[in-house]
Design a protein around this ligand. Structure first.
Ligand SMILES: [Zn+2]
Length: 382
């Protein structure tokens, strides 16, 4: 149902606002996870749209109080198009029901992601670093992918399964942290550049205070650290046997590669958002890349300090991605060599071929999603 907006419409916006650096604000509806960046002047209009005044009245208030006059009706129509108008003349346009969670979910969320947990996770990370680098046999190794001796197919099945389980727990981490902060979340599959990413959409995070956002971005990484710590301890048990030990090594490799992955901030990983949040800006990649290209063309432009920080971390990400790809390469070559070891085609080789095919299909699906995303962002920019 589409309702016409005219000069006599009374608009209710009822949007959440967060100040960014400078004069701009992030404004939006956290129940839908839709946010836009607006200048200070627009915020004044947003505040006036509380359902008591008509558009004409708001327009005349602006004309009395401001030098530069905005077209209120146009502005409201734009917000309407992106689903940010709550009511027009008491007609609800977009239902905003808050998300409800089970008490048990809330309990677990609070247990894992209450603010005091930062300290606990710092200790866990510290112990993990120690266990990984100072205890013999715990260093991640690409050969750990051979979970079942001399079986590349079954090994890849197990390794993929471990990857999925770790990712699911990682996303559950984001999800629970969002529950703790009482914001809505979605989980989606997409591709950044040419890597497949399963990600939790926490766009609604813009509706909460900046300092509280960190836990949400870090939650996945924290959960993986819990997994890693448990794995180190389980590996120490004698009862788990050879296979158990191999599975533990594969988990260590998976968590380690996920960490390297996080460093690739140009793929908009969780770490990318932590940096954005720290620098208090909604998007940085584009402006930083523009500075580089204008510097490359010999145009002297003052590069923002924030952009410099971003570019340094970006560079670390590039190195991380080379390292990551190299590891992936070793993993698959290693499995391939195992599979061609005997000349007969066995069930195991079929498994290996099938899984490689499945990986390619998943990448294709992710690439398609990414393409749609890109198209939408590109259109929005124009
Ligand atoms: Zn994550």
């Amino acid at each position: 149902m589409s309702i016409k907006i005219d000069d006599n419409s009374k608009i209710t916006l009822d949007l959440k606002k967060q100040k960014l650096k400078g004069d701009s604000f992030v404004v939006g509806d956290e129940t839908q996870g839709i946010f836009v960046e607006l200048p200070q002047e627009a915020i004044y209009i947003v505040d006036l749209c509380d359902g008591t005044r008509t558009i004409k009245e708001i327009q005349s208030i602006l004309e009395m109080e401001m030098k530069e006059v905005y077209d209120v009706k146009d502005f409201i129509s734009d917000l309407y198009e992106v689903n940010l108008v709550y009511k027009i003349n008491d007609h609800i346009i977009v239902e905003r029901s808050g998300t409800r969670h089970f008490r048990f979910t809330k309990f677990i969320a609070h247990l894992l992601f209450a603010p005091r947990m930062y300290f606990v996770y710092s200790i866990i990370i510290f112990i993990n670093i120690y266990m990984m680098f100072y205890i013999k046999g715990n260093l991640p190794d690409y050969r750990s992918v051979e979970i079942i001796d001399e079986h590349s197919g079954l090994s890849l099945v197990c390794f993929t399964f471990i990857g999925i389980v770790v990712t699911v727990f990682h996303e559950i981490g984001h999800y629970l942290s969002a529950v703790e902060l009482q914001i809505p979340v979605k989980i989606k599959l997409s591709l950044r550049l040419f890597y497949l990413v399963v990600e939790t959409d926490i766009n609604s995070i813009w509706g909460i205070e900046r300092n509280k956002r960190y836990i949400c971005y870090l939650a996945g990484f924290y959960i993986e650290n819990i997994i890693l710590l448990l794995t180190f301890f389980i590996k120490k048990l004698n009862a788990i046997g050879n296979l158990g030990c191999h599975i533990c090594d594969a988990i260590i490799l998976t968590v380690f590669l996920n960490f390297v992955w996080q460093l690739m901030i140009f793929l908009r990983t969780d770490f990318y958002f932590i940096i954005l949040n720290y620098l208090n800006i909604p998007a940085l990649h584009f402006s930083a890349m523009q500075s580089i290209s204008s510097a490359g063309k010999g145009i002297k432009e003052k590069i923002d300090k924030k952009e410099v920080i971003y570019l340094i971390i970006y560079f670390v990400g590039v190195i991380a991605s080379i390292f990551y790809l190299f590891n992936e390469f070793l993993i698959y070559v290693n499995l391939f060599l195992i599979s061609i070891n005997d000349l007969e085609i066995s069930f195991d080789d079929v498994c290996f071929g099938g899984l490689m095919f499945l990986h390619i299909v998943l990448w294709g699906k992710g690439a398609y999603n990414k393409y749609i995303d890109y198209r939408m962002e590109h259109n929005a920019e124009r």
